[in-house]
Design a protein around this ligand. Structure first.
Ligand code: SF4
Length: 344
C-alpha cells in the first residue's frame, strides 16, 4: 500500500482533493460512435491533431510525476481510441514504475484488445474498461458509425480475461430510439460472466452530438426494467468518488452498475483532472476551456514552477456542471469540450 501521508492534499474550492488524472493519449478513433464522433462531423476529411502537436510519452511521464507529487494516485488512459497510439504499452510500463501511482486503468472500444491484451497485462496495466453499447451486431454497427465489429470486441474481452484482467468493466451508453431495446439482452449476455456491466445515461457532453433531453433514459427506468426480470440489491461503493451506483443480482451475486450524471450527479466527490493529448488541462468533462500546459513543459520552466501553477489551477476549481446543468440557463448554449478530445 503506497503511503501518501507525506503528500499535501491539494483541495479545490469545494474541498475535493486532486486524486485522479485522465490522460487522452490520442484524439483519433477507429469508430464513429453517434454520441461522440458522429460520422457526418468526423468525416474522412476531418483534421485530427498532427502527431507533433500531441504530447510525447516522455512529456506525459514528466507531467504525471509532477501530478503524483500533488496527490494523484490513479491514472486512466483514454482517447479517442488509446490503442491506436503506437508504443502505448511502453508508456504504461514506464507509468507503472512511478512510485505514487496505485492504479492504472484503460478505457478502450475493445476492437484492438485481442491484439494487445497480453502486452497490456505484462506492461503493468491494472484495469480495463470497454465501451460497448449493444450486443446486437447490426445495432452495434449502427451506433459505431458502421465501423464496429462486435465479434472482434467480444473476442478482445475474452482474450483480456485470459491474459489475467479481472472484473473488466463494460460501459454501455443507452440512447433512446437507438439501443434501449438491447438493455435486457446485454444483461442476459454478461450477468453470469466475471465482468461488470454498467449502463451510462446519455449525457450532453460537448456540443457535436446534438444531445436532446428526451433521448436520455434515466437510470431509475433501466433499473426498474432489469429488476422486473431479475431481483437486484444495492451494494456500497468501492471507494469515495466512485461514479457508478452498484447492485448485485440476488440469484447469482454478480454485479451491475449505473452511471447517472444526468439524474444523480456526483460532482461533490469528483477528484478528476483531465489532460488532452495536446497538453491542455481540464477541470471538468463539461468544461469550455482548458489550460495549455504543453507550452510550459516545452519551455525552460522547471518542475517546481509547473507544480505551483497546477496547484493554483486546481485550488481555483469550482466546477460542478452536472449539479448545475438545469439550474444555470446558460449551460444550454455553453461551448463545451468534446469527449473524443479529452476522453470520457
Ligand atoms: S460534471 Fe465535472 S465536476 Fe461534475 S462529476 Fe463530471 S467532471 Fe466532475
Amino acid at each position: 500500500m503506497t503511503n501518501l501521508s507525506h503528500i499535501p492534499l491539494i483541495k479545490d474550492q469545494l474541498g475535493r482533493a486532486l486524486r485522479d488524472l485522465r490522460i487522452s493519449v490520442m484524439d483519433r478513433c477507429n469508430f464513429r460512435c453517434v454520441y461522440c464522433m458522429p460520422e457526418d462531423k468526423f468525416h474522412p476529411g476531418f483534421k485530427f491533431l498532427p502527431s507533433k502537436k500531441r504530447l510525447s510519452f516522455d512529456e506525459m511521464l514528466r507531467l504525471v510525476r509532477i501530478f503524483t507529487k500533488l496527490g494523484v494516485t490513479k491514472i486512466r488512459i483514454t482517447g479517442g481510441e488509446p490503442l491506436l497510439r503506437v508504443n502505448l504499452t511502453d508508456f504504461i510500463g514506464d507509468l507503472s514504475t512511478i512510485g505514487n501511482i496505485k492504479d492504472i486503468a484503460l478505457t478502450t472500444n475493445g476492437v484492438l484488445l485481442k491484439k494487445y491484451a497480453y502486452e497490456l497485462k505484462a506492461s503493468g496495466l491494472d484495469r480495463i474498461t470497454v465501451s460497448l453499447d449493444s450486443i446486437d451486431p447490426n445495432e452495434f454497427k449502427l451506433m459505431t458509425g458502421g465501423r464496429g465489429d462486435l465479434d472482434r470486441v467480444l473476442s478482445g474481452i475474452d482474450e483480456a480475461q485470459r491474459a489475467g484482467f479481472q472484473r473488466i468493466k463494460i460501459n454501455a451508453v443507452i440512447k433512446k430510439g437507438i439501443n434501449e431495446n438491447n438493455i435486457l439482452k446485454m444483461v442476459e449476455y454478461f450477468r453470469d460472466q466475471p465482468v461488470v456491466l454498467r449502463f451510462i445515461e446519455y449525457m450532453d457532453v460537448g456540443t457535436i452530438n446534438d444531445w436532446q433531453q428526451q433521448e436520455t433514459i434515466p437510470s431509475s427506468e433501466i433499473i426498474e426494467l432489469i429488476s422486473n426480470k431479475w431481483s437486484l440489491s444495492p451494494i456500497k461503493q468501492n471507494y469515495e468518488g466512485e461514479v457508478a451506483s452498484r447492485f448485485i443480482f440476488d440469484d447469482i451475486g454478480t454485479e451491475i452498475g449505473f452511471i447517472s450524471s444526468m439524474t444523480n450527479p456526483f460532482c461533490g466527490s469528483c477528484t478528476r483532472a483531465r489532460l488532452s493529448s495536446d497538453g491542455k488541462l481540464y477541470n471538468c468533462l463539461f468544461a469550455s476551456t482548458g489550460i495549455d500546459i504543453k507550452s510550459w513543459i516545452r519551455s525552460d520552466m522547471d518542475d517546481k514552477t509547473i507544480e505551483e501553477k497546477i496547484v493554483s489551477i486546481w485550488q481555483s476549481r469550482n466546477d460542478r456542471y452536472s449539479e448545475l446543468r438545469y439550474l444555470n440557463q446558460n449551460n444550454k448554449d455553453k461551448e463545451k469540450v468534446e469527449m473524443y478530445y479529452i476522453g470520457g
